[in-house]
Design a protein around this ligand. Structure first.
Ligand code: F2R
Ligand code: MG
Ligand code: MG
Length: 359
């Protein structure tokens, strides 16, 4: 293990750890709420200027605007946090019921197109075999959407002291809806990234290459264990992660932005969005041309949004990693005040923290 990943939570100051729990879930919420309005859009240079001005306005104390609503990313993340908090031993039946109840509530939260089939099957079968509907998705191949990854952060927080159990629970939490190896491994990669960020000291700056190498080492083991014959599946995430240090070190211009989208992606598929979120987190540790703010979380979210595509989900995942690293103190309270149900997320993070310390 590299030195910077040895800051074990057992030695971590309790106040810092609790702040990291809150920071992670709030970062996730903010990415979802602030990124939601741009989901599916292509963001032009002109749009980037407008987004910069809009974020500047939102930071002003007297700027009133309706709450930015959270979407499926937060709805499902809340269910995962509640499942971990309510049941000492993982009960995936309980989790699937939480997902389904949340799904059928108003207002609708904008879920992936395949999800409705799973939740109808679960409800109609009275939760008989909760992993079966996900296995049947997409003609039996399972979903490789990023819906598993976008909600996984609470697992990384709860099992911060137990890496193997974290992976095991993250795998099952994902497989209730996403059974394709790229969907599962994408969620595991996001979980590992949050976990790594959580265990790091926010007073020390991050070494991006070291952070990526550590992720590559861990995801390589997981990918090699996947029972897949298609070589593309078993190296997909390693290959993407290997591109990140090069992209981080390249001179920043419009062509590089095209290269980032081409190499990493900004789509709804887990392999087109999880590595991108990790890239956004690392890129935003330093200044980014045309993003004017000294706040690292804002820079991360604003940057993720300006890449376009699946903006709520990429910003949500990047926000979760950044929040787990920096903690609540670095959350921009003014920006947070525009996000729906931020107070509920703090309550959820605290309950998860208390439960995690007891377990
Ligand atoms: N769904 C959305 N946004 C659409 C706009 C919503 C609108 N604003 C509204 O309010 O209605 N966003 C959310 O969906 C993403 C997460 O999706 P998830 O949970 O992974 O869903 P699904 O359906 O399993 O997968 C997504 C799509 O990926 C393609 N796909 C997946 N596996 C496939 C396979 N094996 N073969 C072929 N295609 C596959 C399909 O097109 C799926 O529908 C997040 O962005 C979240 O914010
Ligand atoms: Mg969404
Ligand atoms: Mg999305």
């Amino acid at each position: 293990m590299y030195l910077s990943f040895r800051l074990l939570s057992s030695k971590m100051d309790k106040h810092l750890l609790q702040g990291k729990f809150r920071g992670c879930l709030l970062g996730s919420l903010m990415g979802d709420c602030l990124g939601g309005p741009y989901e599916g859009e292509t963001v032009s240079s002109g749009d980037k200027i407008i987004i910069q001005r809009y974020f500047d306005k939102m930071e002003k104390p007297d700027f009133a605007s309706p709450f930015k609503k959270y979407t499926d990313d937060t709805a499902m993340m809340k269910s995962v946090a509640q499942f971990l908090t309510d049941k000492p031993d993982p009960d995936y039946n309980y989790l699937s019921k939480l997902f389904v109840d949340e799904f059928f509530k108003e207002p609708r939260r904008g879920y992936g197109q395949g999800i409705v089939t799973i939740f109808q099957k679960l409800r109609n079968s009275k939760y008989e075999d909760i992993f079966k509907p996900a296995k049947e998705q997409f003609n039996g191949s399972g979903s490789y959407g990023n819906g598993g990854a976008m909600r996984i952060a609470p697992v990384a927080l709860y099992y911060h002291n137990d890496y193997n159990n974290m992976l095991n629970v993250a795998r099952h939490v994902t497989k209730v809806t996403h059974n394709h190896p790229l969907g599962v491994n994408g969620a595991l990669l996001q979980c590992i990234a949050v976990h790594q960020a959580l265990l790091m000291d926010p007073k020390n700056s991050i070494n991006p290459k070291e952070f990526c190498n550590e992720l590559i080492k861990k995801i390589k083991i997981i990918e090699e264990e996947s029972e897949e014959e298609d070589h593309h599946f078993i190296t997909a995430y390693q290959e993407k992660l290997n591109r990140i240090p090069f992209l981080l070190n390249s001179k920043y211009d419009d062509e590089l932005e095209d290269e980032i989208l081409y190499s990493l992606g900004n789509g709804i598929e887990a392999y087109e969005s999880v590595p991108t979120a990790i890239f956004c987190f690392l890129k935003a540790q330093g200044d980014i041309p045309r993003i004017e703010t000294s706040n690292i979380l804002r820079r991360t979210l604003q940057y993720a949004i300006t890449l376009g595509g699946d903006t709520d989900t990429i910003a949500c995942m990047a926000g979760a990693i950044t929040g787990a690293f920096l903690g609540e103190d670095q959350i921009n309270k003014q920006l947070l005040s525009h996000c729906e149900k931020a107070d509920d997320i703090v309550v959820l993070a605290d309950a998860l923290y208390k439960k995690a310390l007891k377990s």
